[in-house]
Design a protein around this ligand. Structure first.
Ligand code: GSH
Length: 100
């Protein structure tokens, strides 16, 4: 598994914070946005959207979108629950995510 990360960028940071709260260690692959590494042919082949974060789990699936990555980790590491347990909690989390 590898998480392509942009050190100063807010969306990758959101995923890193989520992982830290869950206590999950994921190998990071830094992508230097300032140096336009996300526009390189190598990274574009991985993510045609040319954006970070990008998660590649061991099965090789490419998951972009910070919320989708967080949902993936919530499913495979359910505890601690960070995306709500009951209907109201889940709705509130969804509402907060859509506001960013
Ligand atoms: N909706 C995406 C947005 C991803 C995104 O915009 N990432 C920024 C860094 S925070 C990026 O890669 N920007 C590079 C660019 O737009 O050229 C997500 O939530 O992951």
């Amino acid at each position: 598994m590898k998480l392509y990360d942009g050190v100063l960028a807010p969306n990758p940071r959101r995923v890193r914070i989520f992982l830290a709260e869950k206590g999950i260690d994921v190998p990071l692959a830094p992508v230097d946005i300032g140096a336009l590494e996300h526009k390189s042919a190598e990274f574009t082949a991985l993510n045609p959207d040319q954006r970070v974060p990008l998660l590649i789990p061991d099965d090789g699936t490419r998951i972009s979108e910070s919320v989708a990555i967080c949902r993936y980790f919530e499913k495979i590491h359910p505890e601690p629950r960070l995306m709500g347990v009951n209907a109201v909690d889940k709705a509130l989390v969804e509402m907060w995510q859509r506001r960013v």
